[in-house]
Design a protein around this ligand. Structure first.
Ligand SMILES: Cc1cc2nc3c(=O)[nH]c(=O)nc-3n(C[C@H](O)[C@H](O)[C@H](O)COP(=O)(O)O)c2cc1C
Length: 318
């Protein structure tokens, strides 16, 4: 059960979290500025608008450094990223001065650049620029488009979603497996204190809850009511007979059902994880990627730790 959000004073952080429940694709919006150099930013605010005439829209924050360029340009392109292009999303969500040196791209009919390998691209003339609060809406009249069979990259609740991972996870049935969860609670991550340092909750399979060796069983034993949203990572670790396939879900603790009992549970703010205590290197690398992706936030504001330096241990709440 999800916690209902209390009405009253408008809480912008909660508003952003609520918006994050809408699963989107990830695009890179590009143009050529007046000095002839390319300019671009990552956007998930893309939407189709009209089929006839063909129109799309994307929103750019007034705080973006390329806001003035996109508000004035008479053309722009949108590249819908493929699922292997998280890195491209990261480059264009950054303030790097040479974003286009880091990716392969080509110019389309209007002159606007598009990203090679994208799932689809739309080349547009600017139809209208609409002022909308702290963003402007760029309405584009599509003059040309290309699409491929590549699976698109998705984005939900501040992290990327890779839909093909569920196929990979299904393919590993039979192999020795560890199934784990990257669980967020408030602004922190659930980590368990063990004799081997900090670990994520894991089991030998996902279900059933009645099996204490399964992930659901482990979570139940810890007193953690959790929603598992998507598979975040599937990878092999170890060699020879100790080799196993690890499948990690990402999800959230639903506090409403909480009767937490276990002092081994730590809620660690994403920015405060002591990496040296995560001994499993593959898991550490995966979590570092998770934290990096969560901090490349869609609206440029990192909804991270508000209580710097504090590791909260869950106490019994009745
Ligand atoms: C997945 C994702 C989606 C984003 N969506 C938008 C968006 O729709 N509009 C926007 O203005 N910024 C968005 N951003 C943030 C910008 O990409 C980021 O602020 C970037 O630095 C802007 O580039 P600029 O400063 O060079 O203009 C998004 C970032 C990520 C990671």
């Amino acid at each position: 059960m999800s916690e209902p959000i209390i009405e009253g004073a408008f809480d912008i952080i909660e508003f952003r979290r609520a918006l994050g429940a809408f699963v989107t694709g990830v695009t890179v919006v590009t143009t050529i500025q007046s000095d002839g150099s390319p300019r671009g930013f990552t956007a998930n605010s893309f939407s189709s608008v009209s089929l006839d005439p063909p129109m799309i829209l994307v929103c750019i924050a007034k705080t973006a450094s390329s806001h003035a360029v996109f508000s004035q340009t008479d053309h722009f392109a949108v590249s819908i990223l493929a699922e292997d292009q998280k890195g491209v999303s990261g480059v264009f969500a950054s303030k790097s001065p040479d974003k286009f040196a880091q990716v392969a791209w080509r110019a389309r009919a209007t002159g606007a650049p598009v990203i090679d390998g994208a799932a689809a691209t739309f080349d547009c003339r600017t139809h209208e620029v609409v002022d909308a609060g702290d963003h402007v809406i760029l309405l584009g009249r599509v003059v040309d488009f290309v699409h491929t069979n590549s699976s698109p990259l998705a984005y939900c609740r501040g992290a990327y979603v890779n839909f093909s991972l569920s196929q990979e996870a299904l393919a590993v049935t039979g192999a020795r497996a560890r199934v784990g969860a990257i669980l967020e609670h408030r602004d922190g991550l659930v980590l368990l204190e063990t004799r081997n340092g900090l670990e994520l909750p894991t089991g030998v399979k996902l279900e059933p809850q009645s099996d204490t060796a399964s992930l659901r069983g482990v979570l139940a034993k810890l007193g953690l009511a959790a929603h598992l949203d998507f598979i975040f990572a599937v990878f092999e670790s170890g060699n020879g007979p100790s080799a196993s396939v690890q499948v990690y879900y990402r999800g959230r603790v639903s506090s409403s059902g909480a009767a937490w009992m276990d002092s081994a549970i730590h809620i660690v703010p994403l920015s405060q994880i002591s990496w040296s205590e995560l001994r499993d290197e593959a898991v550490r690398l995966m979590l570092q990627r998770y934290v990096r992706e969560r901090s490349e936030d869609a609206f440029g504001i990192y909804v991270g730790d508000t209580e710097a330096g504090k590791i909260q241990t869950l106490s019994i709440t009745h």
